[in-house]
Design a protein around this ligand. Structure first.
Ligand code: UD1
Length: 316
């Protein structure tokens, strides 16, 4: 049994990692400031040590990394538009917080830290699919902050020998992704709209594409990155490896629910990337990763969860 720290472990992605680690019999500690994470996301998982604290507090990071073998660093303030609106707050969490956890992990003698990177680092580079050797081109504060975090990780590997691996996530979706904010991931917003029979909003012409990735694939990729040999300092895409436009996504979701809702179109978001698709060759060769759940199956499971949530909400 190894000891894992999951920062942001009460959030959407973090709580899925925690769930799988506990299922595998590992020892798990969570550090979360509950800014967007929820205790409720962990309520069904037994045996998790929960620390409420903020990454910007070095003492909280030191306490959280004590005796830990692996750190899965998921805590961040996500969302491109939120970072455009308030770059300072997200900078503090995403860059200062990452530096603090790296320092604490180094000082605690952690074996490896796996960092939640973002596909947004690629920006609008013209080539599809995006592979890790391509130059980066961040278009928003969020994209830049996530890129700085991965470079900090590489520098800690080089300077101090702390093993770090960046997994670049591509538009992750699934159960427990909170639809409750305008900054929520688009699939969570479309799911609630379609299930409630409301027209979803599409920003721009809906021709932008994304490589939407079901959460189980990400969990598998991250946990492989903890144990794969000779990946310290590497950046690796984890995604489905396809892409779909928002217009087509809505049609697929309409098909799964049996609705025929058309979207409302609004102005495109500032800092939005046009097309995003991952080359997952490196994940296949270096991690032995292969997507376990297709986009359509992931959408089916996500809609099923959203339906059960709304019935829970209705019966409260
Ligand atoms: C970006 C990153 C993603 C990261 C996420 C964190 C890229 C390609 N992806 O996601 O890896 O995890 O930030 O927050 O940079 N949209 C609508 N209607 C809505 C909401 C969104 O049309 O109600 C559109 C957005 O304008 C965008 C697309 O849907 O074009 C996806 O948006 P969103 O789910 O917020 O994620 P990204 O910003 O693509």
């Amino acid at each position: 049994m190894s000891h894992y720290l999951v920062t942001g472990g009460a959030g959407f992605i973090g709580s899925h990692l925690v769930e799988e680690l506990i299922r595998r019999g590992e020892q798990v500690r969570v550090l979360d400031n509950l800014s967007s994470g929820k205790r409720r996301n962990l309520a069904h998982i037994p045996g998790v040590e929960f620390l409420e604290g903020d990454l910007v507090d070095p003492a909280a990071c030191a306490r959280a990394t004590e005796g830990v073998d692996y750190v899965l660093h998921q805590a961040a303030i996500p969302s491109v538009p939120r970072s455009v609106k308030d770059p300072v707050t997200s900078n503090r969490s995403n860059i200062d917080g990452t530096l603090n956890i790296l320092v604490a992990a180094r000082d605690a003698g952690v074996k490896r830290l796996v960092y939640a990177g973002s596909s947004s680092a690629y920006g609008d580079t013209p080539t599809q699919p995006k592979h890790e050797e391509m130059p980066t081109n961040p278009l928003s504060p969020y994209a830049l902050q996530k890129l700085v975090g991965e470079q900090y990780g590489q520098i800690f590997t080089r300077l101090y020998g702390l093993e770090t691996v960046t997994i670049r996530y591509f538009n992750v979706f699934g159960p427990r992704q909170d639809p409750g904010s305008p900054y929520s991931g688009v699939i969570s917003l479309f799911s609630t709209a379609v299930l409630e029979g409301r027209q979803p909003t599409i920003y721009g012409d809906g021709g932008q594409t994304r490589d939407f990735t079901y959460i189980a694939n990400v969990v598998d990729g991250v946990l492989r990155a903890c144990h794969a040999p000779e990946v310290a300092g590497e950046v690796i895409n984890v995604a489905t490896g396809g892409r779909i436009s928002l217009n087509d996504l809505l049609q697929v979701m309409n098909g799964l629910v049996g609705t025929a809702l058309s979207p409302l179109y609004a102005d495109a978001r500032q800092g939005d990337v046009r097309d995003s698709q991952a080359d997952i060759t490196k994940a296949r060769t270096r991690l032995g990763y292969t997507p376990l759940v297709s986009l359509e199956e992931g959408l089916r499971r996500t809609l099923e969860w959203a339906r059960s949530e709304s019935s829970v909400g209705a019966s409260r």
